[in-house]
Design a protein around this ligand. Structure first.
Ligand code: ADP
Length: 180
């Protein structure tokens, strides 16, 4: 059974098998959560990312966590919001799905997501939260034994609210874990 937790705070502090980074296609760092992860992981993370040759939007790549408490970083590239007619919904779902599949393929048991694309990339928060929750729910139903814990890590109150609403609407029967 996979437990689901919603938490507020800095994803770089979480001691899980993988934290997901809201990266850009270069995988060479940026602002927001990407900048925070690279700062906390140290320069070895950028060195490893340089060997990957980038990542298309809607996909993800895995590295070690280096100086982070998390063992790995899964660098997912969400879409830039262009008004909703440029396949943004499917690309965001794909970024979540790729991340979950990478975790499963590497035998990882716990994963934490930030709200991908909802910062600099401008994706509407409620819509992004519904896509995040739906994609994780569908994965957990398909692979109920793959993961022990999925965390939605929100940095601000509007993100928490969007995920609370999405979780109770879309996945009321999830196995909840309250924050430690
Ligand atoms: P994107 O370019 O994909 O929009 P951002 O990093 O700008 O990525 O924002 C994605 C989300 O991550 C936003 O909701 C932002 O508030 C949040 N965020 C920023 N820093 C952190 C952090 N240290 N931990 C968790 N979430 C964060």
């Amino acid at each position: 059974m996979t437990k689901v937790q919603l938490c507020k705070g800095d994803i770089t502090k979480l001691d899980v098998d993988a934290i997901v980074n809201a990266a850009n296609e270069s995988l060479l760092g940026g602002g927001g959560v990407d900048g925070a992860i690279h700062r906390a992981a140290g320069p070895e993370l950028l060195e490893e990312c340089r060997t990957l040759g980038g990542c298309p939007t809607g996909e993800a790549r895995i590295t070690k966590g280096h100086r982070l408490p998390a063992k790995h970083v899964i660098h997912a590239v969400g879409p830039v919001w262009r008004g909703g007619t440029a396949n943004e919904d499917a690309l965001l779902a794909s970024a979540y799905r790729h991340s979950l599949n990478l975790a499963r393929e590497h035998g990882l048991r716990s994963i934490a997501f930030p709200a991908i694309s909802t910062g600099a990339y401008g994706f509407p928060k409620d819509r992004a939260a519904r896509i995040a929750v739906t994609t994780v729910r569908d994965f957990v139903r398909e692979y109920p034994d793959a993961l022990d814990l999925v965390i939605f890590c929100c940095f601000d109150e509007s993100c928490i609210k969007a995920h609370e609403e999405a979780l109770s609407e879309i996945w009321p029967d999830r196995d909840q874990q309250t924050a430690a």
